[in-house]
Write a protein that binds this ligand. Structure first.
Ligand code: F6R
Length: 239
């Protein structure tokens, strides 16, 4: 695991966008793994701006998002499909048919998980996976205790995660209790991983990630075992 200390959020986002652009340049049909949440918004802004300037094209890019809330439709402003359309896909030259987010409204959710996992495999796997981290160490929605071998599945969200994400909802009761997430095994199969860390709430998680032991009790610690993982940390916000 390589650590890059960015001086602030802007620099973290720029470093990450340079890595994403390099991946797009190096692969004929790049498969990107994408995350939602506050942390990667700056990265997406950089990618939009580079696309508008003609420095990068998403014409040949396929994307797979990490996760989606169960029961939220894609027109719900709190769904991750809606977020991705708003924060990236609507503003770049990507074919929306090549953008994938698990369907939280699928009638057979277990089948949806199997299909999603197969879609990633059939596409040839993820070339570059972008991750954020929860204060409890979750990656995707893989909460503490999740097996490192897990594949795409339905998960119950930790109370801490629901409280953290309630900032986007009208009330706690509206925050979904379950989500579909790609598994830790799925994430670890990515050829390259970039974990973005920003915000004072992530200070302890960052310290545990770099100094702590590898344990299923702290899901992100698995990244220490990945041969091509870069952590880009916004030093200003976590100091
Ligand atoms: C989102 C995701 C989550 C977030 C994490 C951090 O798709 O998979 O693991 O990356 O909850 O969220 P923020 O960036 O909002 O602090």
């Amino acid at each position: 695991m390589k650590i890059i200390e960015a001086k602030n959020y802007e620099e973290m986002s720029r470093f990450a966008s340079e890595k994403v652009q390099a991946c797009i340049d190096e692969n004929i049909q790049p498969n990107l793994g994408l995350a939602t949440g506050s942390t990667p918004i700056g990265l997406y802004k950089h990618l939009i701006s580079s696309n508008k300037k003609g420095d990068v094209s998403f014409r040949n890019v396929t994307t797979f998002n990490l996760d989606e809330y169960v029961k939220l439709s894609e027109t719900d402003p709190n769904s991750y499909r809606y977020f991705m359309n708003e924060e990236l896909f609507n503003h770049v030259d990507i074919d929306k048919n090549n953008t994938h987010v698990p369907n939280g409204k699928a009638t057979d959710l277990d089948q949806e998980c199997l299909d999603y996992e197969n879609k990633i495999r059939e596409a040839g796997g993820i070339d570059l996976q972008i991750l954020g981290i929860g204060a409890n160490g979750h990656i995707g929605f893989n909460e503490p205790g999740t097996s490192f071998q897990s594949r795409t599945q339905i998960v119950k969200l930790d109370e801490q995660t629901r409280v953290a994400n309630s900032r986007f909802f009208d009330s706690m009761d509206d925050v979904p209790t379950h989500a579909i997430t790609t598994g830790i095994g799925t994430i670890m199969d990515s050829k390259e991983i970039i974990l973005l860390i920003s915000g004072s709430a992530k200070k302890e998680a960052y310290e545990r990630l770099i100094n702590g032991e590898v344990s299923e009790e702290f899901p992100a610690s698995v990244l220490q075992n990945h041969s091509n993982c870069i952590v880009i940390v916004d030093k200003e916000s976590i100091s």
